[in-house]
Design a protein around this ligand. Structure first.
Ligand code: ACM
Length: 270
């Protein structure tokens, strides 16, 4: 495990439907960031507000058999960067709201959003696997996507599985998440990198305003970096992933050991 890494969060506003343009920008900005890890927003290769499932399907990317995904792997390899980004993932006749972690050796792990927000339920298939922690030389990495923030169970599960860094591609439209992620970081003693987009999309009868303010939080809830509401930004922090192994709060509290799961059994059945 590397002692210290440079982790960046790259906030930008994609042009709806311009997959090639977005991938070119991902290459340009990843190169510029010169980081060990970069996180991009949710659905950054496509934009967010699909008119319907068919439109989403037409902009979706097949991980194992597409030039788009091969290009993304090439970016991670060429820039020697661990790359996390959100994209619409095609798998047979299914389409998921997914996040990829691509390593500099080209190894790929995918998380498919398990908790869909609002009209996403009409567009995407819900994720079909429990989120996993991926062990890497830059730390143990977990992914969650946007609205997953309101379900503390997912971040907790990843932290109990040993995650040091939670990468959180987002397209936030509500105002709570950035503050709520303070709790996710502190209650789990993990780094969280919430990479949000900004800008407006109006493609249906509603207009969506995305809230920017991407942020990196330490396991103690310190705001290490934050972007503004409405501009392209590369924010970064030099972090020590192993800091997230320390769950000590006081001399008498190791807060993971202090848990009393026998009293939380309701969480498994309700
Ligand atoms: C969201 O989950 N994109 C709000």
């Amino acid at each position: 495990l590397k002692t210290e890494i440079k982790a960046s969060c790259i906030q930008f506003c994609p042009e709806f439907g311009d997959t090639v343009g977005s991938i070119n920008r991902i290459f340009e900005l990843t190169t510029k960031a010169e980081s060990d890890l970069v996180v991009f927003p949710e659905l950054i290769t496509s934009g967010y507000e699909f008119k319907d499932r068919e439109e989403c399907f037409s902009l979706s990317i097949d991980v194992s058999n597409s030039s788009e995904f091969a290009n993304l792997i090439e970016i991670a390899v060429k820039t020697h960067t661990y790359l996390v980004l959100g994209f619409p993932e095609r798998a047979g006749d299914q389409v998921f709201n997914s996040s990829a972690l691509i390593s500099p050796s080209g190894e790929t792990n995918i998380y498919r959003k398990i908790q869909l927000f609002d009209r996403e339920k009409e567009i995407f298939d819900p994720g079909d696997e429990a989120p996993k922690v991926i062990k890497t030389e830059i730390g143990n990495i977990g992914m969650m996507i946007c609205f997953d923030w309101i379900f503390p169970e997912i971040c907790r599960s990843l932290a109990l599985d040993g995650a040091h860094i939670i990468c959180h591609p987002s397209n936030l439209v509500l105002s709570y998440c950035q503050r709520a992620m303070f709790a996710r970081s502190v209650e789990n003693g993990v780094f969280t990198i919430t990479c949000n987009r900004y800008g407006v999309e109006r493609r249906t009868d509603r207009q969506l305003q995305f809230t920017g303010r991407s942020q990196i939080l330490s396991p103690k809830g310190k705001l290490l970096a934050q972007a503004s509401e409405n501009e392209d930004s590369i924010i970064f922090a030099n972090i020590r992933p192993a800091d997230a192994d320390d769950k000590k709060l006081t001399d008498l509290n190791q807060f993971f050991e202090d848990r009393r799961p026998e009293f939380y059994q309701r969480l498994q059945t309700k």
